[in-house]
Design a protein around this ligand. Structure first.
Ligand code: PRX
Length: 634
């Protein structure tokens, strides 16, 4: 049985079986892949340490399942359709056979430059097929890729390289994103100024811009390919060997390296891809995410390739050359399944339906949404204007840590409801718990969302710091994985994710920790202390609001604002810039010195009335002052 779901009755039946017999369920799904050796045991786990192992002692290489396995019957099928940033440039279509050859070639380049199984390799690349090739080449030789989103700053790359102990970095000279030319290699050079870990930087010539190559360290992709051979045997990996690290923000400190392993991640991404989107072999799937985030890892690279799908990859941005670009791409390539983010939908909705008018979107049959709660207005606009009210919308809820989709409608099979992620996929056991950690079993309730049983795609650790993994996800509620999200279950048992319950923000779908932004702001020599919260933003979902205490010498607040924004851009990236900065004389703190963020959140939301009990504050008068100050920013 491959447990492909075809009807809602089947979903109910399979769900029931998956809960009663999870090991049998996942073992049968896993049997559909190519393993060098099958597992001795399906699952061993505890959520206390935590220790989670799937398909114990099984041996595989994920790239053989993404590529080699498809060659006999589907070698000539297009694996990747690449749409360039500039619509006048050429589209690239890469078959499974070509991708296989390119991956083997580049895997040999990695090897001949000293990379081996277990090494960590940082990838900082634009949205071009070579990014996919680089990732798969790492996986081919058993190296662990750590992809860093192209919008991150030099400092962020440096931190990630150091944390993962990367010895090699793969990048490109530059890229156009919209009308803007970015010098990626220049950013990498800056990141590596004080680095002595990276021995090799492999540079793909993408735009032919003028860059500096450091002798010995920097080598050209095309030079290396020329001398490489195409024959590259896949490294045999244990099911629980690491496949990749992906850094993500939490509520405290620095971003953490979420670790996914080979066997479980493979089974989970493929299963969820083919079921949620009901992928059929002739369909074209277009995921607009960036591969620098988990959505791109799971649903541009691994999920689709494992399923032998044709995936469209887009280099540019939805608003270039104009706000009709995504619809133009759908029309041009006759896309069948579109998977995008609420922020993109809201911004294109605001641009107006004139950009949709006249575009032939009739090829579309299924739609998806991911990354943040989708508001009802955006859901309806997407449904009516893009889906022509005939395409089911899968509002897929999941996280970097979950590896793949956990709660979502199954497109065209299970019911949908605007802004609801609806029902758990087979194998997923959600629990809504109250503040005391008790599971709430009834419907029509809300609380913190937890998952009480492992699934193959769950994170195994946070790189080099297992304790952080335990405290972040497994300590808050006993024997449960805590998601950090708030959730309600309505009277019919359908789930709606209400947003983060911790200090993590979702700005345009990008995950940002308030502590990270505060740490960056606090680096300014005039800043004494800062507190960052989110506020509702009509396009970005959330915007960043910073309350900042400065020393008295501050006279030019506009200049200071600009300097603070520059620091955040330099430390994290421009996507983490505060939208609003309010200078204050103090912050609402309890007597023990804890900032009452609840009050700041309300003020940032423009709610100045019901601020709740402020009598326990060290200095209640500060609240009035902040309230008054906030009005001038509104
Ligand atoms: O708050 C939830 C929100 O995004 C968080 C995970 O972010 P990240 O690790 O960057 O992964 C994004 C891509 C999966 C979650 O904790 N989120 C994600 N999808 C949804 C969502 N919130 C509501 N509805 C969704 N469909």
């Amino acid at each position: 049985m491959n447990y492909q779901i075809n009807t809602f009755e089947e979903y109910l039946e399979i769900y029931k079986y998956s809960i009663e017999n999870p090991e049998g369920f996942w073992a049968e799904i896993a049997s559909n892949f190519f393993w060098h050796k099958k597992w001795d045991k399906v699952l061993e786990w505890n959520f206390t340490e935590p220790e989670i192992k799937w398909f114990l002692n099984a041996k595989l290489n994920i790239t053989e399942n993404c590529l080699d396995r498809h060659l006999a019957d589907g070698g000539e099928k297009t694996a990747i359709i690449w749409e360039p940033n500039n619509p006048d440039e050429n589209v690239r279509k890469i078959t499974y056979k070509q991708l296989y050859t390119d991956v083997c070639l580049f895997a040999n380049v990695l090897k001949s430059n000293g990379a081996k199984k277990g090494d960590r390799i940082c990838i900082y690349m634009p949205m071009i097929p070579e990014l996919v090739i680089a990732m798969l080449a790492c996986a081919r030789i058993g190296a662990i890729h750590s992809v860093v989103f192209g919008g991150f700053s030099a400092k962020s790359i440096a931190d990630r390289v150091e944390d993962a102990g990367c010895r090699m970095l793969i990048t490109a000279d530059g890229v156009y994103r919209g009308a803007k030319l970015l010098n990626l290699k220049g950013i990498v050079d800056e990141a590596l100024i004080n680095d002595n870990l990276i021995k090799k930087v492999i540079v793909f010539k993408n735009r032919g811009i003028n860059i500096k190559m450091q002798t010995e360290r920097d080598i050209w992709w095309h030079d290396e390919i020329e001398i490489a051979t195409t024959d590259c045997k896949a490294e045999i990996m244990d099911s629980e060997d690491m496949l990749y690290i992906l850094y993500t923000s939490g509520s405290t400190g620095k971003p953490k390296g979420v670790v996914h392993t080979c066997g479980g991640y493979m089974v989970y991404t493929a299963y969820t891809f083919s079921n949620v989107f009901q992928y059929k072999s002739n369909e074209i799937f277009f995921c607009t995410a960036d591969i620098g985030w988990v959505t791109g890892h799971s649903y541009i690279v691994y999920g689709p390739l494992l399923s032998g799908a044709t995936c469209l990859m887009f280099e540019g941005i939805p608003t270039y050359p104009d706000s009709g670009r995504l619809w133009e791409i759908v029309e041009k390539h006759k896309v069948n399944i579109l998977y995008t983010a609420p922020t993109a939908i809201r911004s294109l909705m605001q641009a107006g339906t004139e950009f949709v008018r006249g575009k032939d979107l009739s090829s579309l049959s299924k739609l998806g949404s991911v990354g943040e709660p989708i508001n009802e207005e955006a859901w309806h606009w997407y449904n009516e204007n893009i889906g022509n009210s005939k395409c089911p919308i899968a509002d897929t809820w999941w996280q970097t840590e979950t590896g793949g989709i956990l709660i979502s409608p199954i497109a065209g099979i299970s019911p949908t409801k605007p802004s609801y992620a609806m029902l758990p996929l087979p194998g997923i056991q959600p629990a809504i718990v109250n503040a005391q950690g008790e599971e709430l079993f009834e419907n029509n309730i809300s609380g913190d969302l937890c998952i009480k049983f492992p699934w193959p795609g769950i994170l195994r650790t946070t790189y080099n710091n297992h304790e952080r993994c335990r405290t972040n996800y497994f300590e808050t509620y006993k024997n449960m994985y805590y998601t950090g999200d708030g959730c309600l279950r309505d009277k019919d048992g359908f789930y709606r994710i209400t947003g983060r319950a911790d200090d993590v923000l979702k700005v345009s779908g990008h995950r940002i920790g308030t502590a990270e932004v505060e740490n960056a702001i606090d680096l300014h020599h005039k800043v004494i202390e800062s507190a960052v919260v989110g506020f509702p933003h009509h396009i970005k979902g959330q915007g960043i609001y910073a309350f900042v205490i400065c020393n008295n010498e501050n006279t030019d607040s506009d200049k200071l604002r600009t300097e603070i924004i520059d620091i955040v851009t330099k430390e994290i990236g421009s996507f983490a810039k505060p939208e609003k900065i309010q200078f204050v004389n103090g912050l609402p703190k309890t007597r023990s010195g804890k900032i009452m963020r609840r009050i700041l959140r309300k003020i940032a939301e423009g709610e100045t009335e019901n601020l709740g009990d402020t009598t326990t504050l060290l200095d209640p008068t500060i609240v009035e002052e902040i309230k008054t100050g906030s009005l001038s920013l509104a």
